[in-house]
Design a protein around this ligand. Structure first.
Ligand SMILES: [Zn+2]
Length: 85
C-alpha cells in the first residue's frame, strides 16, 4: 500500500520569519554543479504569502540532491549563454 501524498503539505503552516501563511507553489531552482549551471523545474515548495520565503520538504530536497548528483537523467537540456567582461 502506497501512502498517499498529502494534498497540501503546507496547509496550516506559517512562516517562521513573518508569520504569513505558506502556499504551495512549483518553483524553479538554480544551482551550480561542478561549474555547470543547472535548473530544476517544478520543485514543490512552500512559499510565504507575505515575505516570499521558500520552504522545502525534506523528501523534495533529497530528490533535488539526487538530480544534482546525476542519479536521475535530466528531462531536457538548455544551453545558457554566459558573457564575461
Ligand atoms: Zn514570511
Amino acid at each position: 500500500m502506497i501512502k498517499q501524498e498529502k494534498m497540501n503539505f503546507w496547509e496550516g503552516e506559517t512562516c517562521e520569519y513573518c508569520g504569513g501563511s505558506i502556499i504551495e507553489k512549483r518553483v524553479t531552482l538554480h544551482r551550480e554543479v561542478r561549474g555547470k549551471y543547472v535548473l530544476i523545474e517544478n520543485v514543490p515548495a512552500g512559499v510565504c504569502a507575505k515575505c516570499g520565503t521558500r520552504y522545502y520538504a525534506a523528501n523534495v530536497l533529497k530528490t533535488v540532491e539526487e538530480s544534482l548528483r546525476g542519479r536521475r537523467a535530466a528531462e531536457r537540456k538548455v544551453v545558457v549563454p554566459v558573457y564575461s567582461l
